[in-house]
Each structure stands twice: as structure tokens, then as C-alpha cells.
Design a binder for this molecule. Structure first.
Ligand SMILES: [Zn+2]
Length: 163
């Protein structure tokens, strides 16, 4: 179990103490003109989908409600429902276009659990492949990372646009 959830900690390590800054999840959703630059894949009625720019693995994306809420219990039915619907689209899109063999899907609730942004809840979807444990050192290079992000974005976006 510890090994399974350790990947989430990268968010905390990479982003550091960001709870004092403006919430990036609110910032990106308000910036409606630059979905491409912000790697926003889809805007639903209650939630939106974006790539994690500090991915644990290729295709790592996040689904967040528009509302700036940190507690799981505060999610309303419509948000839950849309989140699950978008999770379904995301996993089949990643499976189909990237050949993912498995997924880690989950929330980091609270700083102690590794949330980089504990005050705005978000669901992580991390695709997994056999032998992918060496991925981080490879994409540690910024250039490789941004190219990988752009490619992943172009690849996944069409799946959401059909919604
Ligand atoms: Zn927020």
C-alpha cells in the first residue's frame, strides 16, 4: 500500500509549499482563453480536467471541481457524478491512445497525505505500464517534459471533445 501511494508524494515535493500562493486550480479554470497553455483538456458543468505539469507518469491528469473546496465531504452529488464520468472517459482515452496497462486513481486529502494543494480537492489519474518505475529520471529534463506534455495533451484532448 505504501508503495502504491508513494507516487502522489511527488506533487508535494515538486510544488513545495504552495498553499499560501494563489490556488493554481482556480487560476487555470478562470483563465478560459489559454486552455492549451494550461493543458486544460475539458471543461464540464461542475468539474474540469487538466494535465498535471509535474507528472508522475506520462498521461498523469487531474479532475477538479470548479469550487475551491478542500474537504471530500463537501463535494456535492453532481460533482461526484461528473468526476466519475470524466474518470471513465480519461481512462479509456489513455488506454486507447497510450496503451496504458493499469491506473492509480485517487485523492490526496490533506497535506499530511501529500496534497500539494490541500484546499482545492482534485482526483489524480496516473496511467501505469509494466516497468515504468524509471520514468521520473527520464522526464526530469524540462525540455523532454514539456514535449511529452504537449504530445499527451494533443493525443487526449479529442476524446473529451466528443463529450
Ligand atoms: Zn482553488
Amino acid at each position: 500500500m505504501e508503495k502504491l501511494w508513494a507516487p502522489w508524494r511527488i506533487e508535494y515535493i515538486a510544488r513545495g509549499d504552495l498553499d499560501n500562493d494563489e490556488c493554481f486550480l482556480c487560476e487555470k479554470q478562470k483563465d478560459t482563453e489559454h486552455d492549451d497553455d494550461n493543458y486544460v483538456l475539458y471543461r464540464g458543468k461542475f468539474c474540469y480536467v487538466l494535465l498535471n505539469i509535474y507528472p508522475y507518469n506520462n498521461g498523469h491528469l487531474m479532475i477538479a471541481p470548479y469550487r475551491h473546496i478542500g474537504e471530500f465531504e463537501k463535494l456535492i452529488g453532481d460533482e461526484f457524478l461528473e468526476m466519475m464520468k470524466l474518470t471513465k472517459i480519461a481512462t479509456s482515452a489513455i488506454e486507447e491512445s497510450m496503451g496504458a496497462q493499469g491506473f492509480n486513481i485517487g485523492f490526496n486529502l490533506g497535506r499530511v497525505a501529500g496534497a500539494g494543494r490541500a484546499d482545492h480537492i482534485h482526483l489524480h489519474i496516473v496511467p501505469r505500464w509494466n516497468g515504468d518505475t524509471n520514468f521520473m529520471p527520464i522526464i526530469g529534463e524540462t525540455k523532454v517534459l514539456s514535449e511529452a506534455l504537449r504530445g499527451t495533451y494533443e493525443r487526449l484532448r479529442p476524446y473529451f471533445q466528443n463529450e
